[in-house]
Design a protein around this ligand. Sequence first.
Ligand code: PBG
Ligand code: ZN
Length: 323
Amino acid sequence: MFTRFRRKRINPVLRNLLQETHLTVNDFIYPLFIRSGEGVKNEVDSMPGVFQMSIDEAIKECETLKSLGIYSILLFGIPDIKDSVGSDAMCEHGIIASSIRAIKEAHPDMFVVTDLCFCEYTDHGHCGVLDPVLETVDNDITLGNLAKQALVHAKAGADMIAPSGMMDGMITAIREGLDSGGFSHIPIMSYSTKFSSAYYGPFRDVAESSPSFGDRRSYQMNPANRREAILESLADETEGADILMVKPALAYLDIVRDIKENSSLPLAIYNVSGEYSMLKMAAKAGVIDYEKVMMETMIGFKRAGADIIISYHAKEVAELLNK
Ligand code: PBG
Ligand code: ZN
């Protein structure tokens, strides 16, 4: 026997020298959910450790994040009033615009990414304007609204826009909107390959964005499709997306690798709500070593090809990395 892999596993220093994939706090974006009010910090039953917060609380939270070395957040707004088009999302005094302004004013060094969609803002809970005949989102009318929403975010001070609605042509529409408004310097991180997934369940509790009828299968992708998953991301690259994304993460790491190999753009993964809740609940039940399983999951994302990890675990991961 000449080849012995174990020779390189005995000494812990050598093990570290040979580690191929590394995790740092710089890899993470932390999602925040903002609603109106003051001093509001409501924990979500299905996602222990995740809160709906008012703006003042979110500002405090950013202080904590920075102390951990996390300087990127992904903002979701929960409006007081919903309507059929999601007007609050396109309003300069809406919850999302107000949040961006206040957070950037208090923390100019925080990199504020905004989720760009309509499902939290529409009374029917779908990701755009409805086509009454097809009973699904009207793609092309929604495009105009996405461009409007992007401009509202950019004017309020957003550093990067992350459209998550899976509309065809959304990157072109948003890019044109931003550029014509003088925001050609604002990057777009596209939720380019987003599957129609039951793993979003707990998110819809925290964001109050469950569709009131049907589901999102007429715009989000079929989990069974691999070739289409690559095409979706490549189309957004062609349209000018700056960063691509695969969402969810855990059940889709083959897709992460596929896209990594088919595009040279940076790639984000979204470690979604259901994935987070599964670990939390397993920890509560005492069936896993939570910290170890969490870190193993994160390194798996990097190894699969992720450059950026969007995760509700980000704070806990940072605490461990900073030890
Ligand atoms: C909005 C949006 C969703 C998520 C991120 N942006 C929900 C959905 O598409 O239903 C899911 C995030 C998560 O589950 O953590 N379009
Ligand atoms: Zn949506």
